[in-house]
Design a protein around this ligand. Structure first.
Ligand code: FAD
Length: 395
C-alpha cells in the first residue's frame, strides 16, 4: 500500500504548475465568453433572479455542459484541471453561471457518467453533455441537510416501476431543469445503505417544482424545491443497485467539491481584481488609496490566499485526473477556497469603502455570492469532519 508520505511526494513531483497551450486556450475562450456574453447582464439577472437559459445554452454549444465527459457521450473530453479553469473563469464574472455549470456537470451528469449503465448514459448523459438538457441533483431535504441519513423521500417498487414520494430542498435547477438524479429511501431498515439513486425526467407527471428560493446571493442561479407525488418512473431508472445511492452520492461530491472550490476561487479572483483597480484609481489624502500600507496589506493578503486556494484546487483536480482518491484533498480545497473567498470579498467591500456597499460596484455582489461556497455541497464544518476522518483513518 502506498504510504501517505509516498503519496504526497508523488503528487508534489507529478503536478506541473504550468497550464498546457490547450488548457490555456480553453481558459481564454471561457474568459472571453464570460466578458462578452455574461458581464453586461450580471446585475440585471441578479436583480430579477433570472436564470439565463439562453446564455447557458450557448455554453452548451461550446461543450461547457459536458466538460468532463468523453466525446462518445457528447462531452468535450477535457480534464478536471480544465474544468476548474472553466468554472473559475465563469465565476470570476458571475458565480450564478459558475454554480449552474458546476451543478450540471459534476453533480447530475457526473453521477450518470460514474454510475449509469451504457444504455442509461446514451439516454440521459448524452443530451446533458451536449447541452440540450439541463441537469439537477437532489440529495438535500428539509430534514436531511448535512446529515443525509435523514432522507425521507421514498421509492417503492411496484411492478415495472418505482413510485417516488417526498420532496427535495434547495435544488439547483429545480425549476428550470429537464433531468434530475434523486436519492430516495428504498429500505428504511438499512440506514444509509437503504438509500438508492434514480434518474428522473422533470417534465413527466408526478414531479414538479415547489418553492423557488429568494436568495441572498447567486440570485440568477435557480434554486427550488422538487416535489414528488406518486411519481412513477420505469424500473430501469435506478442507478446501480438498490441501496447504493448514498455511497454514489458521496463519491459524486468528491468531484463536486472541486467545482465549488473553483467557484469560490473565481469569485475571489473577481473581487480581488476589482479591488486592485479601485485602489489604484481612488484618491484620498492626495494620493491613490493603493499607496496606503493598510490597503496594500489587504491586497497582499488577498493575492496570497487566492494563490494558495488555487494551488489546493488544482492539486485536487490533478489528482482526480490521475485517478487518485481525492476525498481529503477535495474537502481541503473546498474548505480553504470557500473561506478565502469570504475573507477576500469582505476585504473587497472594505477597500471600496461606502461605494462597496452599493450595487454600482462589483464588490457588493461578490460579498453576497461567495457565502454559498461555505455552505453548498457540505458546510465548512462538514468539510473539517471529512478531512479529520481521513487523517485519522490513514494515520
Ligand atoms: C444556493 C444553494 C444551492 C444548493 N444546491 C443543492 C443541490 O443542487 N442539490 C442538493 O442536494 N443540495 C443543494 N443545496 C443544499 C446544501 O448542500 C445544504 O444547504 C447544505 O448541505 C447544508 O445543509 P442545511 O442547509 O440543511 O444545513 P444544516 O445541516 O441544518 O446545518 C446547519 C448548521 O449546523 C452545522 N452542522 C450540522 N451538522 C453538524 C455536525 N455534525 N457538526 C458540526 N456542525 C454541524 C452546519 O455546518 C451548519 O453550520 C444547495 C443549497 C443552497 C443554499
Amino acid at each position: 500500500m502506498t504510504s501517505v508520505l509516498e503519496m504526497d511526494t508523488t503528487v508534489a513531483a507529478g503536478m506541473g504548475f504550468a497550464l498546457s497551450d490547450e488548457q490555456l486556450a480553453v481558459k481564454k475562450m471561457v474568459r472571453e465568453f464570460a466578458e462578452s456574453e455574461i458581464a453586461p447582464h450580471v446585475m440585471e439577472w441578479d436583480e430579477v433572479q433570472r436564470f439565463p437559459r439562453e446564455t447557458v445554452a450557448k455554453l452548451g454549444a461550446l461543450g461547457m455542459l459536458g466538460v468532463l465527459f468523453p466525446e462518445e457521450y457528447g462531452g468535450a473530453g477535457l480534464s478536471y484541471v480544465d474544468y476548474v479553469n472553466v468554472v473559475e473563469e465563469l465565476s470570476r464574472v458571475d458565480g450564478s453561471v459558475g454554480i449552474s455549470v458546476a451543478a450540471h456537470n459534476s453533480l447530475c451528469a457526473n453521477h450518470l457518467y460514474l454510475f449509469g449503465t451504457e444504455a442509461q448514459k446514451r439516454t440521459w448523459l448524452v443530451p446533458l453533455a451536449e447541452g440540450r438538457r439541463i441537469g439537477a441533483w437532489g440529495l438535500t431535504e428539509a430534514g436531511a441537510g448535512s446529515d443525509a441519513k435523514g432522507t425521507r423521500t421514498t421509492a417503492v417498487s411496484d411492478g415495472d416501476s418505482w413510485v417516488l414520494n417526498g420532496s427535495k430542498n434547495f435544488i439547483t435547477h429545480g425549476s428550470v431543469g429537464d433531468v434530475a438524479v434523486l436519492m430516495a429511501v428504498t429500505d428504511r431498515t438499512a440506514g444509509t445503505h437503504g438509500i438508492s439513486a434514480f434518474v428522473v425526467d422533470l417534465h413527466q407527471p408526478g414531479i414538479r417544482a415547489g418553492k423557488k428560493e429568494n436568495k441572498l446571493g447567486l440570485r440568477a442561479s435557480d434554486t427550488a424545491t422538487l416535489v414528488m407525488e406518486d411519481c412513477r418512473i420505469p424500473k430501469e431508472n435506478l442507478l446501480g443497485r438498490p441501496g447504493e445511492g448514498f455511497v454514489q452520492a458521496m463519491k459524486v461530491l468528491d468531484g463536486g467539491r472541486i467545482s465549488i472550490a473553483a467557484l469560490a476561487l473565481g469569485m475571489a479572483q473577481g473581487a480581488f481584481e476589482c479591488s486592485l483597480a479601485y485602489a489604484k484609481q481612488r484618491e484620498q489624502f492626495g494620493k491613490p488609496i493603493a499607496e496606503f500600507q493598510s490597503i496594500q496589506n489587504y491586497l497582499a493578503d488577498m493575492a496570497t490566499e487566492i494563490d494558495a486556494a488555487r494551488l489546493l484546487t488544482l492539486r485536487a483536480a490533478w489528482m482526480k485526473d490521475q485517478g487518485l482518491p481525492t476525498t481529503k484533498e477535495s474537502a481541503m480545497a473546498k474548505l480553504f477556497a470557500s473561506e478565502v473567498a469570504v475573507r477576500v470579498a469582505n476585504l473587497a467591500v472594505q477597500i471600496h469603502g461606502g461605494y462597496g456597499f452599493t450595487k454600482d460596484f462589483k464588490a457588493e455582489k461578490f460579498y453576497r455570492d461567495v457565502k454559498l461556497c461555505t455552505i453548498g455541497e457540505g458546510t465548512s464544518e462538514i468539510q473539517r469532519m471529512v478531512i479529520a476522518r481521513q487523517l485519522v483513518k490513514n494515520s
